[in-house]
Design a protein around this ligand. Sequence first.
Ligand code: ZN
Length: 150
Amino acid sequence: MLRLSTYARLITVETEKAPQFIDITEEVERAVAEAGLTEGIALIYSRHTTAAIRINENEPLLLHDMAEFLERLAPRDCAYSHNDFSIRTVNMTEDECPNGHAHCQHLLLGASEAVPIIGGRLQLGRWQRIFLVELDRPRTREVLVQIIGE
Ligand code: ZN
């Protein structure tokens, strides 16, 4: 009989720039070890609309290529209505920054990845690493790792 249990761990990340690809694979592996589950799924989830979670290769030149790719898709200096504080009234905070580009880039990347756990280990492929992708500016970011399994 399947006896499901769950485990959750919040990972806090201080980012330094945008875009920035921060490899959080080891933190996620630590959470999997702490959870002590052998078969299941790890959900890696960003609690933000301008910081994404993605699996890709950690190769410095590729990270540079992907940063430029994001910039081409949604350039920082394009016109975004979200950045026009003379007309915007919704969700305005005291330290509001123009970040329409970061939201649009996040739309393409997404907030989460799910990775299978078999034999107590994340089933990442040889070149697969888990990244928090900062798209806005240096911030404190929260990544929730929830593990479900037995
Ligand atoms: Zn915004």
